[in-house]
Design a protein around this ligand. Structure first.
Ligand code: MLT
Length: 206
């Protein structure tokens, strides 16, 4: 028997073959990024799970030991769990498994990056808002058919720019086509992030 989608989640049907996998930040939930997803692509289906970890009552996608210090065993386990959820949800909702674009913010961007590195077959593209290097995989994945947009805040107090750049380098070494932009902003998203992501989805992703 195939696994059922076992995350609390929202699914909104679309008019095109694309599905945006929406991954919220710490303290968010499955409803948070639905308006952003619609703004980025009015026609895509939206699949939005809620992270299963609770940190002081705040949902997240994996455990951390301190800010920016991740529990790597938990991160690996949760990454596979999320990837398996996407496969099960694709089956249940009849969405095209070959046209899934992750849109992650902060903790959600970090698990999306981890999924690119550990389960490179799942995502055809990813938009990572405020991401850092989540882990270094034992084996370099092959991401030669994957496009990634990363946007970062140049005065983000939570995400070190050096770690964002390490992620860019790792993804590029794996063959991904990575666009990175730093904006004059902190950890919160600004309109520049959304405008660029919308344009990038239209022009750079099939
Ligand atoms: C993380 O824990 O994934 C990052 O530190 C971002 C955050 O959620 O604060």
């Amino acid at each position: 028997m195939r696994p059922q989608p076992d995350f609390i989640h929202e699914f909104v049907a679309g008019k095109s073959n694309r599905t945006l996998l929406l991954l919220h930040g710490t303290g968010g939930n499955e409803r948070d990024l639905i308006p952003l997803g619609r703004e980025l692509d009015p026609d895509a289906a939206l699949l939005s799970p809620r992270g299963k970890i609770l940190e002081n009552g705040m949902p997240r996608f994996f455990r951390r030991l301190a800010e920016g210090v991740f529990d790597l065993e938990d991160l690996k386990k949760r990454t596979h769990e999320l990837a398996d959820f996407v496969v099960a949800a694709a089956d249940r909702y009849k969405i095209d498994i070959h046209n899934i674009v992750a849109v992650g913010y902060s903790n959600g961007a970090n698990i999306a990056a981890s999924m690119l590195l550990l389960r490179p077959e799942i995502l055809s593209a990813a938009i990572l808002f405020r991401a850092m290097l989540p882990l270094v995989p034992d084996q370099q994945p092959s991401l030669s058919s994957v496009s990634v947009l990363m946007t970062a805040g140049s005065v983000d107090p939570i995400i070190p720019a050096s770690s964002t750049k390490e992620l860019v380098e790792l993804l590029r070494r794996a063959g991904a086509d990575v666009t990175i932009r730093f904006f004059q902003s902190g950890h919160q998203l600004v309109s520049d992030d959304v405008d660029l992501a919308r344009e990038w989805l239209t022009t750079s992703v099939d």
